[in-house]
Design a protein around this ligand. Structure first.
Ligand SMILES: *Cc1c(COP(=O)(O)O)cnc(C)c1O
Length: 400
């Protein structure tokens, strides 16, 4: 992966506005005129490159962002959507139909878990949830009906690491598509370079980074993205989770600073994880030697972007977790909020929030404990100062 630097790929893209603006013009139209009826027909049939028809299908602003995200992930092309779920759900419905089977990591985003567990069975699509870190367990779950292997590079909220290269080999062997949600690790990991077929992001998180919108993207081959957008049979085209042009233009501008932000998020999270662990807190962070997949993850990342901005600690009980989060919020150390990738540190107790779709017994089975706090570490200028203030909160509440 040394010759592939995703931030350089983004930097190399230049888009100008209609009047020489340094940002591309925003296409503020839902529909497009044609000079000839023949061209309109050909566009409908999908035979005209570069012609716009209707903005649910594609728009110039969305195509700029598609290209930039495809460049970042090293895929042929991409398709942005109105939310991360708006990328995940059409992608899986495009790949699977009645009678098909999915093997998925059991530690995934709560919404994706609910979709696979409760929603897709209505359409005859069944999912086996497995410990994704055990390749033999993954392979044993594959049946003749399996079409998709699904995982998150770094899982939410337990920060388990998927061996993408190993999973890609399995996918190839059994003729499956490997779909990877890379929301927690943009720039740090390039799943397509490790063999993933399709890479998905919730743009809502790090990529947009300002917690002012939801958004998503599917990065894949031209063939797959064309199938998603097909006017007669494409799940994205027909279900309609289209991103608005004004929004894609604003996400594009934020994408330009992603590399700087990721480095700072990683730096700050690594500092805190090191110190929390030394203080005796049960800390999970892929950059720590104590993380079960630390050595593997080291081989997967583009090192300059680090191990990411997410970490968890376990303070024993939900009551303690809640007390600590409330106190840290009072001291302006972060916000008690779900989501991630913001300039400000965000924290939540996943068992009662983002993973509450997962039944309690299953939460316990996968190691999601009551006292777990998930942190999305912010862009704090002086992380040592933040650490001292967080530690003071912990000492005050008897956590340390
Ligand atoms: C937030 C999130 C999603 C869903 O994205 P939305 O933009 O909220 O629809 C999917 N996967 C992961 C890992 C997430 O964190």
């Amino acid at each position: 992966m040394k010759d592939f630097n995703p931030a350089d790929k983004i930097q190399d893209l230049q888009y100008f506005g209609e009047f020489g603006g340094v940002n591309p013009s925003i296409s503020d139209s839902s529909t497009y005129t044609f000079l000839s009826a023949k061209t309109m027909f050909d566009t409908f049939e999908g035979n005209m490159e570069g012609c716009y028809l209707y903005s649910r299908h594609s728009s110039p602003s969305n195509l700029y962002l598609d290209q930039a995200l495809a460049a970042m992930e090293g895929t042929e092309t991409a398709n942005v959507s109105a939310s991360g779920m708006g990328a995940i759900t059409p992608t899986l419905l495009q790949l699977c139909g009645a009678g098909d089977h999915i093997v998925s990591s059991r530690t995934i985003y709560g919404g994706t878990y609910a979709f696979l567990k409760n929603f897709t069975p209505r359409f005859g699509i069944e999912t086996s949830f497995v410990d994704i870190t055990k390749l033999d367990v993954v392979e044993a779950a594959i049946t003749p009906k399996t079409k998709v292997l699904y995982c998150e590079t770094v899982s939410n909220p337990l920060l388990e690491v998927a061996d993408i290269a190993g999973l890609a080999q399995l996918a190839k062997k059994h003729n499956l598509k490997l779909v990877v949600d890379n929301t927690f690790s943009p720039l740090s990991v390039s799943p397509a370079k490790l063999g993933a077929d399709i890479v998905i992001h919730s743009l809502t998180k790090y990529i947009n980074g300002s917690s002012d919108t939801v958004g998503g993207v599917t990065c894949a081959s031209k063939e797959f993205i064309n199938s998603l957008k097909n006017v007669n049979s494409g799940a994205s085209m027909l279900l309609g989770p289209t991103m608005d042009s004004l929004r894609s233009a604003s996400v594009m501008k934020n994408l330009r600073t992603l590399h700087i932000r990721i480095k700072q998020h990683s730096h700050n999270a690594h500092f805190l994880a090191d110190h929390f662990e030394k203080d005796g807190l049960k800390t999970v962070y892929p950059g720590l030697k104590s993380h079960p997949s630390h050595e593997l993850y080291k081989t997967m990342i583009n090192p300059e972007y680090g191990f990411g901005g997410m970490l968890t600690i376990d303070v024993g009980t939900l009551a303690k977790a809640n007390e600590l989060m409330e106190l840290m919020q009072t001291r302006n150390l972060g916000y008690l909020a779900v989501s991630l990738g913001f300039y400000k540190t965000l924290f939540s107790a996943p068992g009662t929030s983002t993973s509450s779709e997962i039944p309690i017994e299953e939460q316990h089975e996968m190691g999601l404990t009551d006292g777990l706090i998930r942190f999305s570490i912010g862009l704090d200028n002086d992380i040592e100062r933040t650490y001292k203030m967080m530690k003071a909160c912990m000492v005050e509440l008897g956590v340390l």
